[in-house]
Write a protein that binds this ligand. Sequence first.
Ligand code: BTN
Length: 245
Amino acid sequence: MGDRIFHKIIYTDSSESTNSDLLTSSYEDKTILYTFNQTKGRGRLDRSWENFKDKNVALSAVFLEPEINPVWLTAVFSVSLVECLMKYGLNDCWIKWPNDVFVKDCKISGILTESQWYNGRIIKSVTGIGINVNSDKNDLISIERPVTSIYKEIEKKIDLNDFIINYIEMLEKYFKINYNPVMAGIKEKWMEYSRVIGRNASLTEITKGSTPVFGTVSHIDDDGYLYFNDGKSVFKVITGDINIL
Ligand code: BTN
């Protein structure tokens, strides 16, 4: 047990947001905080994340002065989830770069990495993941975009505690292999599960308005940038909305 990455794993009955808790309080490096009752979950771009009490999982981990680019924290969380979902018999799981996990056309999980900076250096990063485990059709219908859950896919209720144990084991596996500055290994998995390399895609860069550009994705570099070729030039992006055509 001594060589585990995550030394402290804390369950809480309820939290407004496990990311906010870890960001605003002093927790030891590589503490995991999770709940089955997150009441004000936050997503990217000021969106909210719906939890559905005692049906789904909200889990966050804190990294003090992370040795790796935080983009790889997101990558390890998503690759670990894809492999965990495959163990539950979900076959068609993939990563919608940079931070969502999908089953076929429906989102099953979202990841949010947030960092605090001081004097030009990251002093704390928190990565949080929300996973739809047991929510049913009636819950999911309230969400405007196409979403799914493990239950909806395999029609079997999952024990949330077992799920947490399995997911944390997968995180341990990938962080053990990858928690070094090079992140050997995770990039290949991330590219494989993202299913974007060499594909025709549209890219919408949120910061540059909503006009999509069309082209192909060539590769992802060691800093997590995705290289997009629009036929005129190759440029790199760190975030955006990629849709495979
Ligand atoms: C997204 O889809 O835009 C990302 C959703 C991230 C949700 C998780 S749930 C655990 C952690 N706590 C939060 O408030 N958000 C993240």
